[in-house]
Design a protein around this ligand. Structure first.
Ligand SMILES: *Cc1c(COP(=O)(O)O)cnc(C)c1O
Length: 431
């Protein structure tokens, strides 16, 4: 079903435009200081494959992840067995804090001792939000926004019911996102907690976290940031920005793999004031005394509940290692070039195609993905998947182009959007 035709006879402007963009992409690729990282990923071995544009949803696997998973099975697990939990230079028991610190150093702007890897984003968000409420007794409101990722909204709705809290909703523009002024208007002396995403999962809008943290603190509230769509693509400075708590996933721009565990951050000053709700043996002081009653471990360890997900952390370490080596600032520079190129290409399409850019045009407010919209994009996305171009569709009418900087070339963007334009010119249903 792969159709190699470029439609040059029906639409001559396309050949010209894509030639110009192909030249620009070739120049950018040739000058790209991160180009060598493309080789760090497991290649896609599929006839007709064109480009993967969904690195903001499921990052591609690194070659190191494949190798190190094999080594884990044969070595630390297969040979050292139970001893690996406690013995050697890198005992599994310490991985939650160790891998947390690796993520914190590579891309969270957080000093050591404030981040652990555990659970899923959803579960950690629950634990962190509940923990935050214990530090703000007597306050009964949580501020959130209508455009946050569904799991965030559902978790907070559940907590509100469970703890007798009210939810104060900010009506966020889905083309943009939440502004600090809206947060300022929503918080007050009843607000215990503000929960927002750094980068909006649909539009890619970058919220002003330092301003939002300041506004939250001005009202005496705590601020919890969801970093799922920024970590590994957009620099984060949790310590400098005054964010109190944060959560994020490792399987998007960090390449941790499907279902990889999440990370949670609690700033040091708050760690003694909060109590998370899932009291498990792995977050207890001296877990192997197996003693009566729960006493939280010191520091960030108390955010851990059960046995650490070691298998899931192996690819996370590989992915975070790449981010650390490449440098988050260099990654951000390439990310801006990639998303700018995508927007320029879409802007060059004839108005008759009816495609709108639904992401911020200001690069400073745009994360690592670009959303474009048209009424029939559900069908167009399906047609793209059949033709080896893999973005994703988000209701009601958006195709998200997730341009993971370490695994995406500029030529990928041009080739993929060339196919998209052909599909739309001919109709999504055409062969
Ligand atoms: C991807 C994403 C999640 C995912 O949560 P899981 O528990 O890993 O399924 C949560 N929040 C945001 C903002 C996301 O982008």
């Amino acid at each position: 079903m792969i159709d190699e035709g470029r439609g040059a006879t029906e639409d001559t402007s396309q050949t010209q435009d894509s030639g110009e963009f192909a030249r620009r992409a070739a120049e950018l690729d040739a000058a790209d200081p991160l180009a060598s990282y493309l080789e760090e990923f497991v290649p896609v071995d599929e006839p007709g494959f064109v480009a993967y544009l969904d690195g903001n949803s499921l990052g591609r696997p690194t070659r190191r992840a494949a190798a190190e998973l094999g080594e884990l099975v044969r070595g630390a697990w297969g040979t050292d067995l139970i001893r690996s939990w406690t013995d050697g230079a890198d005992p599994w028991m310490e991985w939650p804090e160790r891998v947390g610190d690796e993520i914190a150093a590579a891309c969270l702007g957080a000093a050591a001792g404030q981040t652990v890897v555990a659970d899923s984003t959803t579960v950690l968000l629950y634990k962190l939000a509940r923990a935050a409420l214990t530090a703000r007794p007597g306050r009964d409101e949580i501020v959130l926004d209508t455009d946050n990722f569904p799991t965030d909204r559902y978790v907070l709705e559940g907590i509100a019911g469970e703890c007798g809290m009210s939810l104060r909703w900010i009506d966020a523009d889905p083309r943009e996102g939440v502004h600090a002024e809206q947060v300022a208007a929503a918080v007050g002396d009843r607000t215990a907690l503000v929960v927002l995403s750094h980068v909006a999962y649909r539009s890619g809008w970058i919220a002003d976290l330092p301003a939002i943290a300041a506004v939250s603190h001005g009202a005496g509230a705590l601020f919890l940031a969801d970093l799922c769509h920024s970590v590994g693509a957009v620099p984060v400075e949790l310590d400098a920005w005054g964010v109190d708590l944060a959560v994020g996933c490792t399987y998007k721009f960090l390449g941790g793999g499907p279902g990889a565990p999440a990370f949670g951050y609690i700033c040091r000053d708050l760690q003694d004031q909060v109590r998370q709700p899932i009291q498990g043996w792995m977050g207890r002081a001296d877990p192997f005394t197996m003693g009566p009653g729960y006493q939280p471990a010191a520091g960030i360890r108390s955010l851990v509940s059960g046995t650490p997900p070691i298998v899931g952390m192996v690819p996370v370490r590989a992915g975070v290692g790449l981010v650390a080596r490449a440098g988050i600032d260099a990654i951000r520079c390439k990310s801006i070039e990639l998303t700018t190129l995508a927007i320029d290409i879409v802007d060059s399409w004839p108005d008759a195609l009816g495609v709108r850019v639904s992401s911020p045009r200001d690069a400073a407010r745009r994360g690592g993905h670009v959303t474009i919209s048209r009424g029939d994009f559900r069908q167009v996305n399906a047609a793209l998947w059949q033709r080896g171009v893999i973005p994703d569709f988000r209701a009601p009418d958006g195709i998200r182009l997730g341009l993971a900087p370490l695994s995406t070339s500029y030529a990928d963007v041009v080739r993929a959007l060339d196919v998209a334009r052909t599909v739309m010119t001919r109709g999504a249903g055409a062969p």
